[in-house]
Design a protein around this ligand. Structure first.
Ligand code: FNR
Length: 372
């Protein structure tokens, strides 16, 4: 089977990966409404193809540098957990693919390889360290300090997970992580009093286990307390992931956040919330260019990326497609996935009469159909 699109990679990955793991990747919360809408909503926007524009030179590089780096395209790999379930080199392979393709990656707290190991594999691309803040703040503090020491540029604070969304597929499958899976960032953690701590992944919890997701992740996070605390322990930038409305974007900026990442966790958290592409305009309007705005959720084609850029996103990220690429062919599979997206963005730009990313504007698209 020729692998020409991300859908092709998804199909091939589904044939290669054990069902319960593939379901864990694909799953969404509740009745999957937001998961599906993340994809569907993109087609409510249409591109105005302008003709007779000199598009003999196409430049997909982002309008602005990210952390002083010029990447090849405003595309990156969003943080997701446990890449060794897809391929033995896990995040080393994913990050290596990003490095070779010259795009950034955000590393999950729940990566199997540690932040330092991944940074070694991808010194330019490994820029975001995604953070869950645990009830035991000492744990998160150590993760942050290690990320800073390893050379990450920003903490990507996941703000949409005070509780784990209800993912019925995982519950039905009784999904458990294999015993031998490493949690690279949690090795040799102590509680500050010399006691070792192990933080299990929420989906690993057994029924009746005292460390359920809600017991591990701190549900009391708020702008007034959490951001000053983070700023007191690191000089890295702090970005907020999981913002879905302008009002929260404004509160994030008031709290001193350095960047906004529009996301609904790939439809895995609050079901029936807005698809990200529909939330983007409100966020962009509220932010007014004061900090960068990034987006993930259902991005699968060059046209999707183009539409997000047209509404005002500075960067667009993909989650599941990296896992599909890894499952298909390790690092090379992720490179293939990224090359498909970059080529598709480039052709879309050429056909839309926008030779550079800076030429893509709100006038490049129209929205039709009912508003939310
Ligand atoms: C995720 N995502 C995620 N986000 C996060 O902040 N920390 C994490 O550890 C994870 N883990 C994770 C695992 C899996 C299997 C998936 C599919 C997703 C969410 C991720 O960063 C991103 O928001 C979505 O995946 C984007 O949507 P798409 O591209 O998958 O549709």
């Amino acid at each position: 089977m020729k692998l020409l699109t991300l859908d092709d990679l998804e199909k091939k990955a589904s044939q290669r990966i054990e069902k319960s793991v593939f379901d864990f990747w694909q799953s969404g919360a509740g009745d999957l409404s937001t998961l599906k809408e993340n994809r569907n909503a993109f087609s409510r926007y249409k591109i105005i193809g302008r003709t007779m524009v000199d598009v003999s030179r196409l430049d997909t590089s982002p309008k602005n540098e990210l952390f002083g780096k010029k990447f090849r395209a405003p595309i990156g790999v969003a943080p997701s957990s446990h890449h060794t379930l897809a391929s033995p080199r896990g995040e080393l392979a994913t990050a290596g693919a990003c490095e070779n393709t010259k795009v950034p990656i955000g590393l999950s707290s729940y990566s199997n390889y540690s932040g330092a190991e991944v940074k070694d594999a991808a010194p330019n691309s490994a820029v975001f360290f995604q953070l869950y803040v645990f009830k035991n703040r000492k744990v998160s503090e150590q993760l942050v300090r290690r990320a800073e020491q390893a050379g990450y540029k920003a903490i990507l604070l996941t703000s949409d997970t005070p509780y784990l969304g209800q993912r019925y597929a995982d519950a039905r499958n009784n999904f458990r992580l294999p015993r031998n899976v490493r949690l690279g960032n949690f090795e040799d953690l102590d509680d500050g009093k010399g006691n070792k701590i192990k933080i299990p992944h929420p989906v690993e919890q057994k029924k009746g286990d005292s460390q359920t997701a809600s017991n591990v992740i701190d549900p009391s996070l708020n702008w007034a307390e959490t951001i000053p605390w983070l700023k007191s322990i690191t000089n890295m930038q702090i970005w907020a992931k999981g913002i879905i409305c302008g009002e929260d974007a404004q509160l994030a900026i008031d709290a001193g956040i350095d960047g906004i990442w529009v996301s609904n966790h790939g439809g895995r958290q609050l079901d029936e919330t807005l698809p990200t592409i529909e939330a983007l305009q409100d966020v962009v309007d509220a932010v007014k260019g004061r900090v960068p705005v990034h987006l993930d959720g259902g991005v699968r084609t060059g046209a999707d990326i183009f539409k997000a850029l047209a509404i005002g996103a500075d960067f667009v990220w993909v989650g599941r497609p990296a896992l599909w690429g890894l499952a298909c062919n390790g690092q090379k599979g992720v490179e293939k996935m990224l090359e498909i997206l970059i080529k598709d963005l480039s052709i879309t730009m050429g056909l839309a009469g926008t030779p550079s990313v800076a030429d893509i504007s709100r006038k490049s698209i129209v929205r039709f159909g009912p508003r939310y």
